[in-house]
Design a protein around this ligand. Sequence first.
Ligand SMILES: Nc1ncnc2c1ncn2[C@@H]1O[C@H](COP(=O)(O)OP(=O)(O)OP(=O)(O)O)[C@@H](O)[C@H]1O
Ligand SMILES: [Mg+2]
Length: 415
Amino acid sequence: MPAVTRHIGLSLGADICWPLAFEQILADAKLELKIGKDVVSFACERVAIEPFMLQPGCKYDLVVDRLTHWLAIQREWIKKCILMDGLYVYNNPWSVQSYEKHSSYCAMTALGMPVPPTMMVPQKNYEPKPDLDYTLKAYARLFDLGKVGAQIGYPLFMKPYDGGGWQGVTKIDDEAQLRDSYEKSEKWLMHVQRAVAGFDLFVRAVGIGPQVRVIKYDASQPLHGRYLPDRNFCSPEDEQVMVDTCLLINTFFGWDFNSVEALRKDGVFHPIDFANPCPDNQVNSIHYHWPWYVTSNLKWALFCAATRRPMRKTLDFEPYYAIARKDLPYREKLKGYARIARERLDAEKFAEFCQKHFGPLEEAARNWFRSDRCRDAIRRKVANMYPAHEVDEFSTRFFALVQKYVSDSEKESRQ
Ligand SMILES: Nc1ncnc2c1ncn2[C@@H]1O[C@H](COP(=O)(O)OP(=O)(O)OP(=O)(O)O)[C@@H](O)[C@H]1O
Ligand SMILES: [Mg+2]
């Protein structure tokens, strides 16, 4: 049987911990997969930033990208490789570049998703430009911020239309605070969004290909306390709603790896932030769930590379809108959207593939997460983030949470 190697590139920023896990588990698993007439093995390396010709030639079959959203040269190199070499990348870089929080709200609201009422307001100040004065004098209408607040209702959130990392996000309880925040918003283009006040559950649904994990979240905690280790905190139907919501969003926008924040109130999940196509993947925030992220990331990358799954270069919204036009309750529409999503993600084929080929990978992962190499990877990340006197404490804490995940999942698999 011909031996072939699939090449995986990791396009990284300060991703200190998970790439070590990814590379070392992959090496330990020594996979040789019999696929058709081939025996497929894998090589993995980190992508360098360097000059490139606009010519065909890319040594990778698949790139896991963590830079597209902020480093132009890497984004443009990736686009070149998709267009000229048929590279598979997660996530679709054109979509990452153009579908920010605002357009994701618009599209999902159009499909019936209960996104809280949201208004965009013209920015307070602008970068000077030659035609700016004329344009604003001729066309910018004076508006009453008090009316905006009254229409949306308090409490509300003011936040940048394309934001991330909680920058510029303010909770507002009355008109005086709204006026004050608007004054301070300067050149940021802002949304005003009704708060989901009195919610009884906050979750993040994280999708990697067809795999989704719904995680309980507490936004009031410091970073290391936000992702909670709780399991079985909602009904199977509630969990399914979030799984379907995440798969819809991710396939609509061409994102293989993304996370969806939603707040449940009166039994309904209201997604409030779901354009996160480079979600947090670091052990210091996701700790307990980190082994799930690493293993799911490996499985999806290896499946896509091994089967030469073609990447969708363009998005195709129409099948989702066709369901949106039907006279159905939203939950039924969501099931329809999720069916499209699972088809687009080859969910059944992926599940069979995992069953058939990934036993050795699972075992290598379990052993690695229990090893000193895992302890070391965690410590390296913690040392990069925390003051020296806290490194021991937090490294030990995150390693213990990882151990808990491994033993919990062993228990689950025996049940
Ligand atoms: N409509 C809302 N109702 C209730 N809470 C909200 C709402 N919008 C934002 N928040 C709170 O503010 C936080 C930050 O808002 P949001 O997630 O939209 O901003 P972000 O900058 O994209 O954050 P991140 O980078 O963490 O994803 C949320 O995690 C949530 O706690
Ligand atoms: Mg958020």
